[in-house]
Design a protein around this ligand. Structure first.
Ligand code: IMP
Length: 183
């Protein structure tokens, strides 16, 4: 079993601390509140990584809204091939809804590109993206991002929902891993 102190020793640095995350989410929540007033807002996130951001973002939005969750997994020779399969679909219809996809991180963009294609076919009234962390230098496909938390460099990060082999999700900040943990 690893305690929080053990986790700390495996990190090389904090990239985005708790205060900056809290402030940025408050700003995003305010903008979303203004943009979606009077609409049938549904926030959709991708498990497991998106659950922490979803929990904090929804509480920064001062509107009635629904939440739904999906899971996807990559397959094929490598994740860069962008072959993605839905392993858990939405529970409810999004026909006519104002759908906001809430993502923890966008790297190549292939996962989200696939997801948006699938969701667009279900005839929402609108379909936008809110992402906390954007590794934009790694982008392979262009994506419309309406709301963005932070642009980050091309580093593997953990915490605030993001994992390495299932660990580190519960850290309240975004951090980089020590070299020996990266392997
Ligand atoms: P994409 O399809 O390349 O944009 O990859 C998206 C997915 O890869 C994210 O939803 C994460 O699950 C995972 N991912 C990409 N970069 C990182 C990272 O730095 N830390 C943890 N997971 C990451």
């Amino acid at each position: 079993m690893c305690g929080k102190r053990d986790l700390d020793t495996q990190l090389s640095g904090v990239l985005v601390d708790e205060d900056r995350i809290r402030e940025r989410i408050a700003e995003l929540g305010q903008r979303i509140t203004e943009d979606y007033r009077g609409r049938d807002l549904v926030l959709v996130t991708v498990l497991k990584g998106g659950f922490v951001f979803m929990a904090d973002l929804t509480r920064a939005i001062d509107l009635p809204l629904r939440m739904d969750f999906m899971s996807v997994s990559s397959y094929g020779p490598s994740p860069a091939h962008g072959q993605v399969r839905i392993t858990k679909d939405l529970d409810e219809s999004i026909v006519g809804a104002a759908v906001l996809v809430v993502e923890d991180i966008i790297d190549t963009g292939l996962t989200l590109h696939f997801l948006l294609k699938v969701l667009r076919q279900r005839e929402p009234e609108s379909l936008e993206v809110c992402v906390l962390l954007d590794k934009d230098v790694r982008r392979i496909v262009e994506l419309p991002i309406a709301y963005k938390g932070f642009s980050i460099p091309d580093r593997f990060v953990v915490g605030y929902g993001l994992d390495q082999a299932g660990a580190f999700r519960q850290l309240p900040f975004v951090a980089t891993l020590a070299d020996e943990v990266m392997g």
